[in-house]
Ligand binder design. Sequence first.
Ligand code: GDD
Ligand code: MN
Length: 390
Amino acid sequence: MLLEIAWLTLAAIHFGVPLTYYAYLKSYLDKPWNLKIDDGYAPTVSIVIPTYDEEAFIESRLDNILEQGYPSERLEIIVVDSASSDRTVELARSWGREHPDAKLRILEEPERRGKTSALNTALQHANGEVVVLADADSFWEKNALKEAVKYFAEPKVGAVTCLKMPMQRGEAKRQTLAVESTYRSFYNKVRVAESKIHSTPIFHGELAAFRKRTLLKIGGFKQGIGADDSHAATLIALENYRAIMAPEIIAYELTPRSLKSYIAWKARRAIHLVQSFWLTVKEIRRAPIGFRRILLTEAFLHLVNPWLLLVASLLFIAFIMVSEFLLLKIVALLTLTFALTIKRIRRVLTTWVIDQLVLIYACLKGLRSKEVPWTKIEEVRGPSACNLTC
Ligand code: GDD
Ligand code: MN
């Protein structure tokens, strides 16, 4: 009987906590922001594009920023490159010559010390009141920049980020795009609802805007932390500024096509997130009340909850093999088999299980190692504009 109670309890906690959290958050999605939002607000902005071997994307990235139509006299663009081995810097320079009106500066680091280090170099040179990180391999929806900046009219807002929409190169949609889309459609809602309550601890460097003053207050980007974007946002929320994700700010990014690359890509990001949560959850006592519950739940979901699934699954297998409760076994197996025949449930469960396994791996790996510059997944390289599917 102990075995039955154990796996059922663990499974109930594992699925119950996120489902309850989601149900609780959902009621906030349609609530007003209660912030001063001004469409006409146009502070000076520094866009920072960190690059390491981004020759495939750099020109379209710069075009995409110019197409945002932000007042050019209030906009500067800083490309900070860490000794790329390809033509990134050369292409950025020639783009600058072709667009003399764009205030483009290119900072070249003599050696590669990682993205955070590059961001801090750029921060020393940024003159804007708002600093916006723009990963080289992402694409912003038209007006994304204006949509983000308008929230800084509210003095309490310290950081603003985008929703991420996955896309893929090539005609045929692959399974990885379906999995990533399921993942994003769920988490985009979660992050926006958290933002309505107070702040979200997860940011996206594809478009992550920070009030420079607030960013300097937390000491810039913490060295040795891979999740530069999320970590900075969490520290800002801990200072009781709002760090928010708003639904009208949209950025696109390429999803790797093969399952192997997709999992490696998610694993690296998860390692960075786990490292960040491990540090920030220790600061929980100084979290403002609205953010405390969010940080605690997210830290639980990233650091603890995946392990419950692992243990519950092992106990479930043991239960199927050794338990004397034949009827219970039949009911459990039939329920599972029936659930898996429904396409939508199958997709959600696959997405969920991949995510949990990746987090377990990330905990094992990430809590021991320090951030080192990462290798880009080859599949997300290449000409950006060819045959994209969303
Ligand atoms: N200057 C510089 N130096 N830039 C770098 C370095 C470096 O050592 N390493 C990576 N970058 C740049 C890339 O060129 C790209 O513009 C951006 O940082 C993000 O790197 P990607 O290789 O595209 O990684 P990602 O898309 O998986 O990154 C996501 O997760 C990271 C944390 O794990 C994004 O959300 C990032 O913003 C986030 O930092
Ligand atoms: Mn990227």
